[in-house]
Design a protein around this ligand. Structure first.
Ligand code: ZN
Length: 498
C-alpha cells in the first residue's frame, strides 16, 4: 500500500464512520424528542448493529496497514492528513488496549451499575450502590494501567477526557479556587440577597419559545442550519458544521432556566457551526474536547449572558415577550437576580460562583479513590464533610449528596474537572479578548458578532486540527487560574457591594 492508497483508505473509513455516527445520533435524537413512549426496542437493536459495524471498521486490518504506512511517511503529510492519521490511530489503540473479556465484563457492570444507581438514588441509600462503585473503581484503576502504565492511575484517566491535563495542574488550579473563592462565598453570605421573586412568576411556555427564537437570533444562530427542540435535559448534538441541534426545557415558574440553557447550548452550537469545512466528514470534525467545548458554552452563558451590558441590551426586548411578568422590573434588578449566589446541594443547579466548588469536591474524592487513599465505604462521609467545608451546606441525604450525579455509575472517573477548567479557560480568553478589542461596547448594543469572530479565530475554526492543549495555548496563553478567580472576585464584589 502506498501513501495515496493509504490516504484513500483513511478517507473512506472516516466517511463511513461519519455515516454510522449520523445514523446513531438521529436515532438518539428521535428517541429523546418526538418518538412515542414505548418505541425504544427497535432503536436499541439498530444502535447495537451500528456500534458493531463501527467496531469492525476501526479494527479492519486495512486501516491498521494504512495507518502504519502514513506513520512511515509522516513528514510528507499535510497538517490535515497528519492530524487525521494521529487521531484515528489513537482511537484504534484506545479501542483495542483493554482485553476483550474485561471489556465485556465492564460493559455489563456499567449497564447494571446505571440501574442500581437509579434505584439507590431514589431510595437515597449509598449502601445499595457501594458494591457496584467498588467494582467500578477497581476496574478503572486497572484500565489506567492499560492506558498509560507510566502515569499515576488518576493522571492516566484524566488524560482520557482532557488530553494533557494532570493532577499537578489541577491541584494548583483547585488550590487557587479554594483560597480565593471560599472566603468570597462566606463574605457574600453575610450580605442581603437580591430579590429574584419575579423570575418565578408564571411564564407560559409558548411565550418562552418565542423568546428562545429571539435569543438564537442574538447569538446569530442561523435557523436554516441550527434547530431547537425540547428535552428533559438540554443538550447540543452536531451532525456537521451545517447541521446542529440544540434542546431546552421550559419551566413555567422560572424564566431564567430555559433562557440560560438556550444561551449555553447556543454557545456549544456556535462552536460547531464555526468549524472549518476542511475537517468535515473526518475524525477532526466537531469540538476538540469537552473542556474546550464547555469553555465556549459557559463563555456565552455566564461571561456574556450574565453580564450587565448584555442584560441591559436585551431587556427591553424581553419585556415585550413578558410584559405582565416584567413590567415592574428594571434591567438592573434582572441582572442582579440572575447572578444571585446561593451555596446549594445540587451541582447542576449551582450558580456561576459556587459551581466550581461542586466540581472540586468530586475531584478530591475521585483522586483519592483512584489513588487508593480513600475507601468507597467512606465516600458519603467525605462528601458531606467537604460540602460543609467549601460550601457551608449540610447534606441531608445521599440522594442530594454523593448519589446525585450519574457519571460514576457510567464508569466516568476524571471527567468532572473539565467542567471547572472550561470556566477558567473562558475567563482567561476574556482577559485576552479585552486586550485585543472593545468587548463590552458592542455587547451592550446586543451585538455579539465581534466576540464570536474572536472566538472563531482563536478556538472554533480549528475543530481537531489542533490538540486541546494547543487550542488553550492559542486562546489563553499559559494557563493561569488567577484570570478566573480575578474575574469572579471583581464581578461579585460589584454585585454584592463587598
Ligand atoms: Zn455544556
Amino acid at each position: 500500500m502506498d501513501k495515496n492508497e493509504a490516504l484513500a483508505v483513511l478517507a473512506d473509513v472516516q466517511r463511513k464512520l461519519f455515516a454510522f455516527n449520523a445514523a446513531s445520533s438521529s436515532l438518539y435524537l428521535d428517541g429523546v424528542t418526538v418518538a412515542p413512549k414505548d418505541t425504544s426496542e427497535g432503536r436499541g437493536v439498530a444502535q447495537g448493529v451500528l456500534a458493531g459495524e463501527q467496531h469492525k471498521l476501526m479494527t479492519d486490518p486495512a486501516l491498521a496497514e494504512a495507518l502504519a504506512v502514513l506513520e512511515g511517511c509522516r513528514d510528507e503529510l499535510t497538517l490535515l492528513q497528519r492530524r487525521q492519521a494521529e487521531e484515528l490511530g489513537r482511537a484504534v489503540k484506545q479501542l483495542t488496549r483493554i482485553p476483550a473479556e474485561e471489556y465485556m465484563e465492564y460493559a455489563m457492570l456499567t449497564n447494571e451499575a446505571s440501574d442500581v444507581w437509579h434505584r439507590a438514588k431514589e431510595a437515597s441509600g449509598f449502601e445499595m450502590f457501594r458494591p457496584c462503585l467498588e467494582k467500578l473503581v477497581a476496574f478503572n484503576r486497572k484500565f489506567a494501567g492499560y492506558y498509560d502504565p507510566d502515569k499515576a492511575p488518576y493522571d492516566a484517566l484524566l488524560d482520557e477526557y482532557e488530553r494533557g491535563v494532570d493532577m499537578a495542574q489541577l491541584d494548583g488550579f483547585f488550590a487557587a479556587l479554594r483560597e480565593k473563592l471560599v472566603p468570597l462565598i462566606r463574605a457574600i453570605g453575610e450580605k442581603p440577597q437580591p430579590d429574584d421573586s419575579f423570575l418565578h412568576r408564571h411564564y407560559p411556555a409558548e411565550a418562552q419559545r418565542r423568546f428562545s427564537d429571539y435569543l438564537m437570533e442574538v447569538l446569530d444562530l442561523d435557523r436554516t442550519h441550527c434547530g431547537i427542540g425540547e428535552t428533559e435535559h438540554p443538550f447540543t448534538l452536531e451532525f456537521t458544521n451545517k447541521d446542529v441541534r440544540i434542546t431546552t426545557n421550559y419551566k413555567e415558574d422560572d424564566v431564567s432556566s430555559s433562557m440560560y440553557s438556550v444561551i449555553h447550548e447556543g454557545g456549544h452550537a456556535r462552536y460547531e457551526l464555526d468549524i472549518t469545512d476542511d475537517v468535515q466528514y473526518t475524525c477532526l470534525a466537531g469540538g476538540v474536547s469537552m473542556g474546550v467545548h464547555e469553555s465556549q458554552s459557559r463563555f456565552y452563558e455566564n461571561i456574556i449572558g450574565r453580564s450587565r451590558p448584555f442584560v441591559e441590551a436585551i431587556f427591553p426586548k424581553m419585556k415585550e415577550f413578558f410584559p405582565e411578568q416584567l413590567g415592574d422590573v428594571t434591567a438592573e434588578q434582572f441582572w442582579r437576580a440572575v447572578n444571585k449566589v446561593e451555596p446549594s446541594l445540587i451541582r447542576t443547579e449551582a450558580d456561576e460562583l459556587t459551581y466550581c466548588l461542586h466540581v472540586m469536591v468530586r475531584y478530591e474524592i475521585e483522586k483519592a479513590l483512584i489513588s487508593g487513599t480513600l475507601e468507597v465505604k467512606d465516600v458519603p462521609e467525605t462528601w458531606n464533610r467537604l460540602y460543609k467545608e467549601y460550601l457551608g451546606v449540610d447534606v441531608p441525604d445521599d440522594r442530594r449528596g454523593c448519589l446525585q450525579d450519574s457519571h460514576w455509575s457510567g464508569g466516568s472517573f476524571g471527567y468532572f474537572p473539565s467542567y471547572a477548567l472550561g470556566s477558567a479557560y473562558g475567563a482567561q480568553m476574556l482577559r485576552n479578548m479585552e486586550k485585543d478589542m472593545d468587548v463590552w461596547g458592542p455587547v451592550g448594543r446586543g451585538d455579539l458578532s465581534q466576540v464570536t469572530a474572536w472566538l472563531t479565530e482563536k478556538v472554533h475554526k480549528f475543530g481537531g486540527l489542533k490538540t486541546p492543549a494547543q487550542i488553550v495555548e492559542n486562546a489563553c496563553g499559559v494557563f493561569d487560574p488567577t484570570a478566573y478567580t480575578d474575574y469572579l472576585t471583581k464581578k461579585y464584589t460589584e454585585i454584592y457591594g463587598l
